[in-house]
Ligand binder design. Structure first.
Ligand SMILES: [Zn+2]
Length: 279
C-alpha cells in the first residue's frame, strides 16, 4: 500500500480517522509478513524439505535423518536371478534324463520307473546298459562296482526316515520331534529323494572312506563317459544343500555328463543352464 492510497482512504466520507495514524498498519503488515515467512520455513522443514541454515552445513546424515515417507528400497532382493520370464516355467525340463529332485522339488507325480535288477537293487531301464558297460570297463581295470542302493519308492523312503527317527530316539534319548528334525538333516523326506527316479545309485560301501579308494579315483576319471556324475560335491553344497557324497552317482546320459563336467556344473546349475540355452 502506498501512502497516497491510505491518504485517499482516510479522506473517504464517513470513515472515522484512526487514532494512531497510518504507521500502525504498516508495522502490523511487517509483523504479519514475518510470521507468514516463519510459518513457511517451519512448514517446509516438517515436510522434509532441506532448509539450510546459514553457517550450518547440511551434512549427509542430516539429509538422511529428515523424515521421509518411503525408504529408498523396501525389500532387498536376495537372489541375483534374471528377470522372470512372462510365462511360469514348468517344474521340469522335457528331457527325463535331467529330471531334478531335491529338497525343494519333489518327484513328478507322473514319473514312471521301469525296473531292472543290478544285484539285489532295482534301477530304471534308462541307465541299465550304461551302468553295466561302466561296471565291465571298471572290472577290466580291476575295479569292482556294486550297487548298494538304487531305486526307492516313496514308501521305502518313509520307512528309511522312520528307522532314522527311531534310532535317534533310542540311541540319543531325543524326543520324537528332535529326532525327526535331526534325521531330516541327512535323510530326504519321502517324495524328495533322488532315489525315487531310479536314475541314481549309491555305490559300494556308501561311506566317506570311499573317497580315498582307487574305485573313486577310477570313477572321477571315467564315470562321465558312461553318463554318470557324482551328484553331491562339497564345492556345490550351496546349490544342492547336501554334503559331499562320494558314493552317490546320478545318470544323465554321456552327453550331459560330459558337458556338466566340462562346465563344472552340478545338476541344479545345469538345469538352469539348459533353461537359459533354450530361451
Ligand atoms: Zn544316494
Amino acid at each position: 500500500m502506498h501512502v497516497e492510497d491510505r491518504q485517499n482512504l482516510s479522506k473517504q466520507k464517513g470513515r472515522p480517522r484512526r487514532p494512531r495514524g497510518p504507521l500502525l498498519p504498516v508495522g502490523l503488515g511487517v509483523l504479519l509478513a514475518g510470521a507468514v515467512l516463519l510459518a513457511a520455513i517451519l512448514l517446509g522443514r516438517s515436510a522434509g524439505q532441506s532448509v539450510p541454515v546459514q553457517g550450518e552445513p547440511v551434512s549427509s546424515t542430516q539429509a538422511v535423518s529428515t523424515p521421509s515417507p518411503a525408504p529408498p528400497q523396501a525389500t532387498p532382493l536376495p537372489t541375483p536371478e534374471p528377470t522372470p520370464s512372462p510365462t511360469p516355467r514348468p517344474a521340469q525340463l522335457p528331457d527325463p534324463l535331467l529330471v531334478l529332485v531335491n529338497s525343494e522339488t519333489p518327484i513328478p507325480a507322473d514319473w514312471k520307473v521301469t525296473p531292472r535288477m543290478i544285484g539285489e537293487e532295482q534301477v530304471d531301464v534308462r541307465m541299465y546298459d550304461d551302468f553295466m558297460a561302466m561296471a565291465d570297463a571298471a572290472a577290466q581295470d580291476d575295479i569292482w562296482l556294486w550297487v548298494a542302493s538304487g531305486y526307492r519308492s516313496v514308501e521305502d523312503q518313509e520307512e528309511i526316515l522312520e528307522r532314522g527317527i527311531v534310532r535317534r530316539m533310542n540311541e540319543y534319548g531325543m524326543s520324537r520331534e528332535e529326532a525327526t528334525q535331526d534325521a531330516l538333516r541327512t535323510i530326504n523326506p519321502p517324495g524328495y529323494s533322488e532315489h525315487h527316479t531310479g536314475l541314481c545309485v549309491d555305490l559300494n560301501d556308501v561311506s566317506d572312506d570311499f573317497e580315498s579308494t582307487d574305485t573313486y579315483a577310477w570313477l572321477c576319471e571315467h564315470a562321465a563317459e558312461y553318463g554318470f556324475v557324482q551328484r553331491y560335491r562339497q564345492s556345490k553344497y550351496e546349490y544342492t544343500g547336501i554334503d559331499n557324497e562320494s558314493w552317490h552317482y546320478r545318470y544323465v546320459g554321456p552327453a550331459h555328463a560330459q558337458r556338466m563336467e566340462e562346465l563344472d556344473l552340478c545338476l541344479e546349475e545345469y538345469v538352469e543352464y539348459q533353461w537359459e540355452q533354450g530361451e
